[in-house]
Design a binder for this molecule. Structure first.
Ligand SMILES: *Cc1c(COP(=O)(O)O)cnc(C)c1O
Length: 220
């Protein structure tokens, strides 16, 4: 089995109790998820809607499913009934669709706004002015079935520690800035940053939610 049980225990023991560990199980079989579930893990992250829907139907219902991929508006409806937290929201259009689907299923859906902090152009996310536009929209047209609970970001894929640190620091600064705005429906509770390769750097910059895949489940 590829699940790294000792590594899981080490990581868990190293985390402050206020930090949420999201075990990223994309492309991994249900048996691997079940193995960590048995050890007490409840937060799991998936990137693909169909895969998430299939796994959620097979696995225990008290798993908190995090959607961490890029979500297309037309697929929100499939995860709205059960998803715990949607990490990658980067447009007002998507936020409105999440609100609409939340209303349909009678749930208030929790989301994180995804910021673009990396050098690479391919990664999704908002810059500061786009973030401010969305926040202005939320002020103007409050969403009754969406709660913004924080920010998410991915650092550059790089061995340059100083660069990664600077990117995480900039995301933490945005997080603190938005928290001070005190916008109804926007609570800066979760700062989702850090993956297998960089989570210690993210924690040092104030992350309280890390998304770790390959360290727990082996390489994909
Ligand atoms: C795959 C993925 C992760 C986990 O990556 P690892 O390097 O395997 O830890 C974290 N966040 C996002 C958004 C991902 O797509």
């Amino acid at each position: 089995m590829s699940v790294q049980v000792e590594k899981y225990k080490d990581i868990l023991a190293s985390l402050d109790s206020a930090v949420c560990l999201v075990a990223v199980s994309k492309t991994k079989p249900e048996a691997d998820i079940q193995a960590l579930y048995t050890l007490g893990q409840r937060d799991f992250g998936e990137n693909y809607v169909q895969e998430l829907v299939d796994k959620a139907a097979q696995l225990p219902t008290d798993i908190r499913w995090h959607f961490i991929g890029h979500l297309q508006s037309n697929k929100v409806k499939y995860i709205a009934p059960f998803v715990h937290l949607i990490h990658g929201v980067d447009s007002w259009k998507l936020l409105q669709e999440i609100d609409k689907q939340g209303r349909k299923v009678g749930r208030t859906l929790s989301v994180l706004l995804q910021m673009h902090i990396a050098q690479e152009e391919t990664k999704f996310g908002l810059d500061q002015s786009e973030l401010d536009e969305i926040l202005a929209q939320i002020r103007k047209t409050p969403c009754s079935h969406v709660q913004v609970q924080g920010l998410m970001g991915m650092a550059s894929f790089s061995s340059d520690t100083a660069l990664i640190q600077a990117e995480f620091r900039s995301l933490k600064q945005q997080f603190d800035r938005v928290a001070n705005l005190e916008i109804p429906g926007v609570a800066m509770q979760w700062l989702s940053m850090g993956m297998s390769s960089d989570y210690p750097l993210a924690l040092a910059q104030g992350s309280n939610m890390v998304r770790i895949g390959s360290l727990l489940f082996g390489a994909r």
